[in-house]
Design a protein around this ligand. Sequence first.
Ligand code: CAA
Length: 386
Amino acid sequence: MELGLSEEQRAVQKTARDYAERRLAPAARARDESKAFPVAELRELAELGLLAVAVPEELGGAGAGAVAYSLAMQELARGDASVAVAVSVTNMVAELVARIGDDAQRRRHVPRLASGEAVCGAFALSEPQAGSDPAALATRAERTAGGWRLSGTKQWITSGDHAGVVVVWAMTEPGAGHKGITAFLVEGGTPGLTVARLEDKMGLRASSTAQLVLDDVAVGDDAVLGGVGGGFRLAMMALDGGRVGIASQAVGIARGALEAAIRYAGERVQFGVPIIKHQAVGNMLADAATWLDAATLLTLRAADLKERELPFGEAAAMAKLFATERAGLVCDLALQVHGGNGYTTDYPVERACRDVRVTRIYEGTSEIQRIVIARSLLARAAREGR
Ligand code: CAA
């Protein structure tokens, strides 16, 4: 069993760490306060090859694979989790088009995503009444002479107001359930596609979360991604990979919070000694570090399976479930170690506590991950006759 990283993986990790420490972390608090979407930062990340780490090189990505992508996400989230989520959705959309799109779609959209020309990508699956149950979506796509007309409302769309490429899921055969759903590639700025609302969120405040309205958006047949009626499967496939990204994001946020807590506990003196020497504080840090290493290993295992093109959906769900839940606890303990200081905006742990919370919700709640894991266990038991 090989637990070491390759030279290329280390290089991607270092590039992401250096950039995050130099450019992201110092301004993260200001971005959180101003809610400024990181357009310039995304373009810089594209120049460094970090906007599409797992996307093939021939389409403009770094072609460095899923493990390198996870490592990069961890580092970026450690610097600024708001920037990291925009990267993660962009990489997810670019990977989906690279894998499923026809030649023309791949050539048209993937290099624009990887280079930052499209700024970022968005994944428009959820709707006001279709969150955990995306098969219940109500957005319709109706056939026209030369293509399709899309109408409906999409909710919780990360970067939806900035994305140059939006994958929109719509019902092409009402009443057919999962099999009636199709994915469409829609370019930002297409007439009829508007931003109806931007959410005012607890955390990830420099990442935008949009409600998108599609009002008779006309697209050609060449916008259909992966075949009519094949959209639900595509969404599930993309989310399997996306969940490795969110697990990585959670690990990165928690790693930053834990490092801050260790630093603080070494400097803060109470009862005549640095508080890390008090067993109650040392125990908190020991638990947090152990959980975080376990979360990191689960996340890298899922990434490694994906990279080797082995089934990884169950491993991704386990990684997301464990990493996001434990990351929440780690951030909470990190704040506790900081005492009253941790509750102020003078220290970054309060932002980590706010930013990490959504990782248990988006790209499938913890409850959905448990459904995915339990179904997979049942299927395996049936297959193996146990
Ligand atoms: N890969 C490929 N195909 C899959 C699959 C997967 N991982 N999971 C399911 N499918 C296929 C099934 O094989 C089945 O195909 P057939 O009809 O051919 O047999 C079909 O999809 C339907 O599967 P299920 O019956 O299992 O579907 P379900 O309705 O019971 O749902 C679920 C399963 C796992 C609960 C799913 O609904 C789910 O993942 N829900 C959560 C949705 C989610 O994560 N939303 C996040 C929104 S996006 C977001 O947050 C992005 C952002 O901006 C940050």
